[in-house]
Ligand binder design. Sequence first.
Ligand code: 5GP
Length: 207
Amino acid sequence: MSSDDLTSLRRGTGRGLAFVVSGPSGAGKNTAISALIARVPGLAYSVSHTTRTPRPGERDGVDYYFVSEEEFAAIVAAGEFIEHAVYLGDRYGTSKAEIARLTARSLDVVLNVDVQGAITLRRVGVPGVTLAFVFFAPPSLAQLGERLRARGSESEAEIAERLRVVAREMKSVGIFDYLVLNGDLATAVEELRAIVMAERLCVVDSA
Ligand code: 5GP
């Protein structure tokens, strides 16, 4: 670094920064993450593996890598997941290969994981990657129930179960660095963008 080049004193873009976004499904999290990635250069989505059946419109390799129980178990056995969890009977996991694929392209990464995944990542970390933890939630559980009903992909019993999970997940908000409440989508996306910018502007630890 030349003495007048100050750019390397801040974290910058594409130097191993990952945003762990957690929060209830149906809170608009996926929509907000897509809008964030479309809007902010240098960001990419970490595609998780899941054993869940694809919803209408979901694409393999884009929304998830849809795999069988056997395939999932083989990846677990090979130690190829950074974290994995069971959510409402289906298995979800973030592979080491997926994170490496994105950071090798000098991209900052957005991980969309449940609260168990965030807790694991907070505990184990990811080598060479700085993690920022964001809890993304609806302003109220009542509003979340309405959104899930409008989506129409779960039964009433499944919605009730999801709301119970969310009530439990809200108790873990203290492990996160940031809280985004999605009352209004455009505002929530702007708040996510502000978080990305703040993390990129952080002064690097020179110790
Ligand atoms: P959905 O079935 O609605 O797509 O996702 C259900 C939950 O699984 C969401 O909270 C989502 O964030 C979470 N999830 C998706 N991918 C992963 C993953 O790789 N690891 C973990 N722990 N959770 C995930």
